[in-house]
Write a protein that binds this ligand. Structure first.
Ligand code: ZN
Length: 502
């Protein structure tokens, strides 16, 4: 092997070590750290981030990547080695465009604005948050100026989360989705067949919830020697190594869904990270390829598996014995309908499978108007509320339940939201392929078996990590390179027409 390649690989491994160490500090900050550790922790994270960035963007890295071009061309495109050089070069070129002073400004502002946002949301005080949002948008424009001109400036923001995806493509997908979803949601609302979800509210001791969730997760692929499950305020999944996967969830004593489906969701993210080939460990290829593909995995385990009849054929008797007062006498079909209730609501993270996407489309549209200067930020709450009324038919009582509800904009994450719905769409595109190749999937779920599904996903998707582009990866998994809304819309229609007798 080329000595220069080994040198590059060692450098990238060290960058990765710094990045993962920061990830571990971040996990600790959000799960175990005492509150008074916050100020010093922010400095530690900034230091690690700076060291990783300096090491990665050094002239030495650039020279190695340049000198390795002939070696890369001599290798098979699919090999780990060629992929590492190719992807690292793209990351390098992108990282070099943004001056470190701008990076520092953005991360400092994010830290400040997140604190302000927490307080502003508590008091439903948009005016307090407005100057920070204004500053974020100014910095975003400076960030955009670092790159070549795009058809739509929003493309540059999107590329950070979903590489290669354009605003025009997302718009086309979301237009179809909106066209098909709005009438479905309206038909559900008018259906005489109502869904009663009162069984999901009651008394659910946290320890029992945790034990029941772990029973599920272990069948999905969670193992004590490579995973952790911890409680937190805002659930997330974090990977320190393929053999060190940390997922988090939040339990409500009086509501079952958050802890239960949150655990399955984060487990889906964890399985992706856990399934990356160990040959990619300590390289920048050792993680999921894009946020959309990542979310396709969390949504698949949460919704396509966890909200299916076949799944509950196996798990309902176990649920009933874990919470006998609540479910001992209730029939499984009532429970199945309850966990699949469609009901327009104010908060995105609590939305059902059908209305969830309208929350995303609303944010996607507003973000473009903001970044293209078509919407003044002071008018944002009004625009938000008008669109909630028009898409979901509900009135927003205050900004805490409206424009201030999500953390993303306080962290400067514009361009992130669309990936949630892209994930929903991709999940069913993959699911159709899975079902065609594993015809007895339902029978396996009904026996509590998920290994065939997990191994299929590992083989087709997870093991590749970031070796290929999102488009190339989708091609490998589904046989087609483009995201297609049709399977997702078919799935939602079939499921909710069945439940609501449409
Ligand atoms: Zn997720």
């Amino acid at each position: 092997m080329q000595p220069e390649f080994l040198e590059l690989k060692t450098r990238l491994a060290e960058v990765q070590d710094l990045t993962k160490a920061a990830g571990l500090l971040g996990w600790d900050q959000r799960t175990l750290m005492p509150a008074r550790g916050a100020a010093v922790r922010a400095e530690m994270l900034a230091t690690l981030g700076k060291l990783a960035h300096e090491k990665f963007t050094s002239d030495k890295t650039g020279r190695l990547l340049e000198n390795l071009r002939p070696y890369e061309e001599s290798l098979d495109y699919d090999s780990d080695e060629a992929s590492l050089i190719r992807v690292a070069r793209r990351d390098y070129q992108k990282a070099m465009r943004v001056p470190s002073s701008l990076r520092a400004d953005i991360s400092r502002l994010s830290a400040q604005a997140s604190e302000v946002w927490i307080q502003a949301r508590k008091r439903s005080d948009f005016a307090a948050f407005l100057p920070y949002l204004q500053r974020h948008v100014e910095l975003k424009h400076k960030y955009i100026e670092c790159f070549d001109e795009a058809d739509n400036v929003y493309d540059i923001l999107l590329d950070d989360y979903e590489r290669g995806m354009t605003t025009a493509e997302v718009t086309a997908l979301f237009e179809t989705l909106k066209r098909d979803l709005v009438p479905l949601i309206a038909a559900v609302a008018e259906s005489p067949q109502k869904v009663d979800d009162s069984c999901l509210r009651g008394h659910f001791p946290v320890e029992t919830q945790r034990a029941f969730s772990l029973d599920i997760l272990k069948r999905f692929g969670f193992s004590e020697d490579a995973w952790r499950l911890d409680p937190t305020v805002h659930p997330f999944a974090s990977s320190i190594a393929t053999g060190d996967i940390r997922i988090t969830t939040r339990y409500y004593e009086n509501f079952l869904n958050a802890g239960l489906f949150g655990s399955m969701h984060e487990c889906g993210h964890g399985l992706y990270e856990n399934g990356v080939s160990t040959s990619l460990e300590r390289t920048p290829l050792c993680r999921g390829v894009s946020l959309g593909l990542h979310e396709s995995q969390s949504r698949m385990w949460e919704n396509l598996v966890g909200r299916s009849r076949a799944f509950w054929t196996f798990f309902y008797p176990r649920l009933a014995s874990a919470f006998p007062a609540q479910f001992g006498a209730l029939d499984p079909e009532t429970f199945y309908r309850a966990i699949n209730k469609v009901h327009p609501s104010l908060i995105r993270v609590e939305a059902d499978e059908a209305t969830y996407n309208l929350h995303i489309i609303l944010r996607f549209e507003l973000e473009q108007e903001i970044i293209n200067g078509k919407l003044a930020l002071r008018d944002l709450p009004e625009a938000w509320n008008a669109r909630m009324k028009s898409y979901l038919g509900i009135a927003v009582p205050d900004d805490a339940h409206g424009v201030l509800q999500d953390i993303h904009w306080s962290s400067g994450m514009l361009g992130y939201f669309p990936t949630y719905s892209l994930g929903n769409i991709i999940s069913v595109q993959i699911w159709d392929r899975v079902r065609a190749e594993i015809p007895d999937l339902d029978e396996q779920f009904a026996r509590g078996e998920f290994k065939t599904l997990r191994e299929w996903l590992r083989e087709r998707l997870h093991r590749h990590g970031r070796k290929f582009s999102p488009r190339e990866t989708l091609q490998r998994v589904t046989g087609q390179p483009n995201i297609d809304v049709a399977p997702y819309v078919r799935y939602l229609n079939a499921k909710f027409c069945d439940i609501y007798g449409l």
